[in-house]
Design a protein around this ligand. Sequence first.
Ligand code: URA
Ligand code: SF4
Length: 224
Amino acid sequence: MTPTDHARDRRTYDAEPYLPSRGGLAAHRRAAADCRGCPLHENATRTVFGKGDESARILLVGEQPGDQEDRQGEPFVGPAGQLLRRALEEAGIDMDTAYVTNAVKHFKFTRPPGGGKRRIHKAPDRREAAACRPWLLAELRLVRPEIVVALGATAGRTLLGNSFRVTKDRGALLPMPPDGSHGPYAVATIHPSAVLRADDREGAYAGLVSDLRVAAEALAKSEP
Ligand code: URA
Ligand code: SF4
């Protein structure tokens, strides 16, 4: 580590100072564009804030934007997003009626060894996820969904705490926050990218759809 790296490492990572003190989703989206709450903004193209309506009944949380999302500025518009759209549809949920966002709002990546141009996804670490959490909490507060879907481990930990495990917690209606005191229900499942990487893609996809059906059924029961 260089001295600069050390200085950066000691710095507190936190999006909180960048949040507007008032305003709705539009104001938050504008403010998030200038967030410097952690170092991930340095190499990414832009902040990818959530997309969808303030009145959405279901809110989906991914990990972080990927290459396509970083280019286009919208969550889940790449290959994982296409798969997610299809899985949601099979479960009876129209993705366009959902509010869709990520636990971390900037794309984290590495370059291939030897200096290739390709950008390889790198999972955000806990510090980065913790830093970015205030944006997600603001989205939850403004949208007030009935059901929150956590896609994968990063979203699950951010929403449900560090003891969250996809294998143990997926496919069930879970109170959120985990103390059950208030707030919406959460349903956790695997990340759509995990389906794309799985040896048994069909099995993984069926599991995703089946978990999403739990969310769809809960929505149908709660009726607006
Ligand atoms: N993966 C995610 O977690 N989020 C996106 O927006 C795209 C891919
Ligand atoms: Fe801010 Fe989140 Fe981007 Fe970090 S990842 S700079 S906390 S918006």
